[in-house]
Design a protein around this ligand. Structure first.
Ligand code: MSP
Length: 511
């Protein structure tokens, strides 16, 4: 079975910012975790290129929308490369396979009788590309997210008959496993309880979009088009676009990771569209919180974004990953603060984990000639540290499964602190001075090397560079693809050579 997981398809109205980077890093950590568990993963990301917002941005720059999209797409791809995001598919909604898929899907939904003519009136936010449920007033209301005036629209459009799916969607959103975290479920249940209304899926005056297949006076609404990217991404190319083959291509998705602002689209509209086309539903949708800066959502339209490339000039990618995943509970909002960033990296990574590695590698080099020491019969407190490690492994694996990265990180730090305490309690440096016999300390060092090795593996999904460096430092020639055998105690072979120690984690300096 393939586990298909996805990020949202990002609007290309501007270069990527830390908000989109956050979602992508989280998804990358999930994908890496599942791969280490031995699962076949299909990690989809990509870009949402159509719609009025993109059209307007290109107009302002005086270039054609495709040219604009190409430029921004390059910036996304460059950033994902710099961050070592290991995606399997990158879908562009301007690609010909996507267009072909959208046409096929539209036809199917129409055959199901779920497309009708209607009149759409209401306040529209171009930033959200969404009608807002606000009554008509003489003064234009302001979008709470984009802080921009809404526009009144009144046009004849095609509608998708969402109301036909009221009961099925209600059952779906009430299912405890579909919407995560559970705190977001009620908001959607309330929305569905208020009665699902058909929504317009076409526009009369947006040229930069896919033309409605049987009505070239209109184009498809950007959200109707974009959601289908999760499906079109699965096809190798534009040939043989056939809904029946989706089962073999990785559908249904295991997980859509999205921000909380687009949960309704994913938990309500999207499943209804899939039901209409006779397709399976995704297993789970996770709506994470917003990264804020000074308490306000970080966003392109608000102009308060942090450019991940600027951060990458100052800090390594693992520091950025660690901060975003360890400091903010996945699902809740989090405020980005650079001083906290530096403190966390220095305390968790440099002081706790780095210190453990430095101490053990120094001792192994000095006393055991850069070799893994022997395990003596009298292995002091081995069961204490190995059982502690085994409990942490259980907690960390469960936390990964719950996408609770904060708990993952906290637990790994606890394990490193425990290993530091174990060293302090056992005082190998004092024991060595007291007797010439290294057998008194060899097991202590072995236990700490084993703990460090397991820490390296547990860190791989969150901070792959540092995790790998720890593992290499313990004598591995390559990083295993799966971790199941590696997470047992006693894998290091006594007598095996350790490479020359090198710094794995550097302390960050304040400017
Ligand atoms: N194009 C749509 C998604 C279509 S999916 C078929 C879209 N794009 S977006 O670029 O505006 O947003 C993409 C994602 O980034 C959303 O999940 C959104 O919640 C997330 N974020 C945008 N700003 C964010 C923060 N400041 N913090 C965290 N995530 C943020 O919506």
């Amino acid at each position: 079975m393939t586990l298909t997981i996805s990020t949202p398809l990002y609007y290309v109205n501007d270069k990527p910012h830390l908000g989109s980077t956050y979602t992508t890093i989280a998804c990358d950590a999930i994908a890496r975790y599942y791969r280490l568990e031995g699962e076949r993963v299909l990690f989809i990301t990509g870009v949402d290129e159509h719609g009025q917002k993109i059209q307007q941005t290109a107009q302002l720059k005086n270039i054609n929308p495709k040219e604009h999209c190409d430029l921004v797409v390059t910036q996304y791809l460059e950033l994902w490369k710099l961050l070592d995001i290991k995606f399997d598919r990158f879908i562009r909604t301007t690609s010909s396979k996507h267009k072909k898929f959208v046409e096929t899907f539209y036809k199917k939904v129409k055959e199901s009788g779920d497309i009708k003519q209607g009149k759409q009136q209401g306040w529209y936010c171009v930033g959200c590309e969404e009608y807002k449920d606000i009554p008509k007033t003489s003064e234009a209301p302001i979008c709470a997210i984009h802080q921009k005036k809404l526009e009144w629209r009144d046009e004849d459009n095609l509608f998708f008959c969402l109301s036909n799916y009221q009961e099925q969607i209600m059952a779906l959103v009430q299912d405890n496993s579909f919407i995560r975290p559970s705190t977001r479920r009620n908001e959607i249940i309330n929305f569905v309880s208020s009665g699902l209304r058909d929504f317009s899926i076409s526009r009369q005056n947006v040229d930069w979009a896919i033309t409605v297949p049987d009505d070239n006076s209109q184009t498809l609404y950007v959200w109707f088009d974009a959601l289908l990217g999760y499906l079109s991404a699965l096809y190798p190319d534009e040939n043989n676009i056939d809904l029946a083959s989706l089962d073999n291509l990785g559908w249904p998705a295991h997980l859509h990771v999205i921000g909380k602002d687009i949960l309704r689209f994913h938990a309500v509209y999207w499943p209804a569209m899939l039901l209409s086309a006779g397709l399976k539903l995704p297993k789970q949708v996770f709506g994470h919180g917003f990264l804020t800066r000074e308490g306000q959502k970080m966003g392109k339209s608000l102009g308060n974004v942090l450019d991940p490339k600027d951060l990458l000039m100052k800090y390594d990618r693992d520091s950025i990953r660690w901060y975003l995943l360890s400091d903010i509970k996945f699902g809740s909002d989090g405020d980005f603060q650079e001083s906290r960033f530096i403190d966390l990296i220095n305390n968790d990574l440099a002081n706790t984990i780095g210190n453990l590695l430095n101490r053990t590698s120094t001792m192994s080099r000095k006393w055991f000639n850069n070799k893994i020491p022997l395990i003596e019969k009298d292995n002091p407190d081995e069961s204490i540290i190995s059982e502690y490690t085994s409990n942490i492994i259980t907690i960390v694996k469960q936390a990964y499964l719950n996408y609770d990265f904060k708990l993952v990180c906290e637990s790994i730090i606890k394990l490193a602190s425990q290993a530091n305490t174990y060293l302090n309690d056992n005082q190998p440096w004092t024991k060595v001075k007291q007797s010439d016999n290294l057998s008194d300390v060899s097991s202590i060092i072995y236990n700490v090397l084993e703990t460090s090795r397991i820490i390296g593996f547990l860190l791989l999904p969150i901070i792959p560079d540092i995790g790998s460096k720890i593992i290499y430092q313990l004598g591995y020639k390559e990083i295993p693809n799966t971790w199941n055998e590696e997470l047992s105690w006693g894998v290091l072979q006594p007598g095996a050579n350790l490479p020359k120690p090198y710094p794995v984690i550097n302390k960050l300096e304040r400017e």
